[in-house]
Design a protein around this ligand. Structure first.
Ligand code: GAR
Length: 208
């Protein structure tokens, strides 16, 4: 059973999907810590409901991003996590964080990378950009995190249809329901089974 740590900033619906899949026996893992950069993140309440320990580590309590990232490293090392999930985490971390946990950090992004990703593309902004461009298909991506925003090896992707009358909010909900809440737990499950192998910039999914 793997030990999972999660970083969150907001509502935590993706965290909920992971919790549900663990409780249904679909992921051989346990969430040992949930860390939020915001004290009022609803994700912390979700964790508390399942007696999962929640911790608030705020950016403004540290002199710079490197010191903040180091505080997170210390926390996750103390908890001895095997995998760290960025489950709606809206802070860009210093490369020291990704270098400390190579191929051990997973992010869920609400678009088909390499579209609508990188700095500034987070949350609802991603869906606003997709609608502005007029794409007919969008989706979600789970990837390992490296030193650059939304850049690491892609693990899973799922496409979602864009409809003519979509608003960013409606599209966000469809992408979450049809893609994010499915592929994020699936990727964690594959990781827990030791079925993800990183070769260069690509992920190979092993069949056991
Ligand atoms: C999700 O749509 C997630 O993909 C996105 O923020 C939302 C968080 O929702 N993440 C990013 O944009 C990261 N770049 P949640 O808190 O309900 O899981």
């Amino acid at each position: 059973m793997i030990k999972i740590g999660a970083l969150v900033s907001g509502g935590g619906t993706n965290l909920q999907a992971i919790i549900d899949n663990i409780n249904e026996g679909k992921i051989d893992g346990k969430i040992v810590t949930v860390v939020s950069n915001k004290a009022n993140a609803y994700a912390l309440e979700r964790a508390a409901k399942y007696n999962i320990e929640g911790t608030v580590i705020k950016v403004k309590d540290y002199p710079d991003r490197k010191a903040y990232s180091q505080a997170l490293i210390d926390h996750f090392k103390e908890k001895q996590v095997d995998l760290i999930l960025l489950a709606g985490f809206m802070v860009i971390l210093d490369p020291v964080f990704t270098e400390t946990f190579p191929n051990m950090i997973m992010n869920i992004h609400p678009a088909l990378i390499p579209s609508f990703c990188g700095e500034g593309f987070y949350g609802l902004h991603v869906h606003e950009a997709a609608l502005e461009k007029g794409v007919k298909v969008t989706g979600a991506t789970v990837h390992f995190v490296d030193g650059k925003a939304d850049n690491g090896p892609i693990i899973l992707q799922k496409a979602v249809e864009v409809r003519d009358n979509d608003t960013p909010e409606i599209l966000q909900k469809r992408v979450m329901e049809e893609a994010e809440w499915k592929i994020f737990p699936e990727a964690v499950s594959l990781f827990a089974q030791g079925r993800l192998k990183v070769e260069g910039t690509k992920v190979i999914r092993l069949t056991l």
